[in-house]
Ligand binder design. Structure first.
Ligand code: ZN
Length: 128
């Protein structure tokens, strides 16, 4: 199940993003984009995320998966079509001279944090 390795690297980049932004707090939501041709099984990805994320990001982090279709462009007639399956020909002119232009990616789309309320607040009672 290579989704485990993918989730591990996703969690690592989530941590890096958070570290770079300098924001601290509980991660509430992570949104990823999974292309249909990426070979990633969303259910397996979600399962691996639920197993691995509490150790890295803490409990209660929600995973949102957006699946995007693959898109191919025909080099014969120029038609751009969505591929629902691995059918590598142009639906318009039936040419097999097509370029796959999307749908192979696994992308980290967004991270949502609950910022720690204490961090920026003035501390009452602290001597000046
Ligand atoms: Zn075509």
């Amino acid at each position: 199940m290579h989704e485990v390795a993918l989730v591990e690297s996703l969690l690592q980049s989530v941590q890096e993003h958070i570290h770079d932004s300098g924001v601290t707090g509980q991660v509430r939501r992570v949104e990823v984009v999974i292309g249909r041709l990426s070979g990633v099984v969303p259910e397996a990805f979600r399962f691996a995320f639920e197993v691995l994320s509490p150790d890295v990001l803490g409990p209660g982090c929600e995973l949102v998966i957006r699946e995007i279709p693959a898109v191919c462009r025909c080099r014969q007639c120029g038609a751009v079509s969505e591929l629902s399956e691995m059918i590598l020909y142009c639906p318009r002119c039936q040419s097999d001279d097509v370029l796959i232009e999307g749908g192979r990616d696994l992308l980290l789309q967004s991270i949502e944090l609950d910022e720690e309320a204490e961090s920026g607040d003035p501390r009452p009672g602290e001597p000046d």
